[in-house]
Design a protein around this ligand. Structure first.
Ligand SMILES: [Zn+2]
Ligand SMILES: [Zn+2]
Length: 136
């Protein structure tokens, strides 16, 4: 019985190690390559640390380039990246499991030039916004 239990334990340990490795890959910021800190999502679905995204956006403004995803290079037009609570929780749990200290939560400072104006906000929507509507 002991040998069987040991074998089962080894299989579980291997599965858990593989799972953590996969999670680490999935939850890595493609700018700093670390487990993402305060993840923000772009329209293309890619996400990055708030501070990495801030640095990237600042560089784009300097080059007079549009908001552009660092990974797939797609242009987004004026928008504001959305904070992902789910990814943030997952990243927190993963660091916990890997015994990596939790970093201080990074802040997003999105450039003024990339924030939609009222006029731009209307354009991509199929219907007029109502006074009670909130946009992100
Ligand atoms: Zn990052
Ligand atoms: Zn992208």
């Amino acid at each position: 019985m002991g040998a069987v239990n040991d074998k089962a334990k080894n299989i579980f340990e291997q599965m858990f190690t593989d799972f953590l490795r996969k999670q680490e890959e999935n939850l890595s910021c493609q700018i700093c390559m670390e487990i993402v800190n305060n993840p923000h999502v772009l329209w293309c679905g890619h996400f990055f640390c708030a501070e990495c995204l801030t640095g990237h956006a600042k560089a784009l403004v300097k080059q007079r380039d549009n908001p552009r995803c660092p990974t797939c290079r797609v242009i987004h037009g004026r928008f504001k990246p959305a904070e992902s609570y789910v990814l943030r929780e997952q990243a927190y749990d993963l660091r916990q499991a890997l015994q990596i200290p939790q970093p201080e939560r990074g802040k997003l400072k999105w450039p003024e030039q990339f924030i939609p104006t009222e006029r731009d906000r209307d354009e991509p929507l199929p219907f007029r916004i109502r006074p009670t509507d909130t946009l992100f």
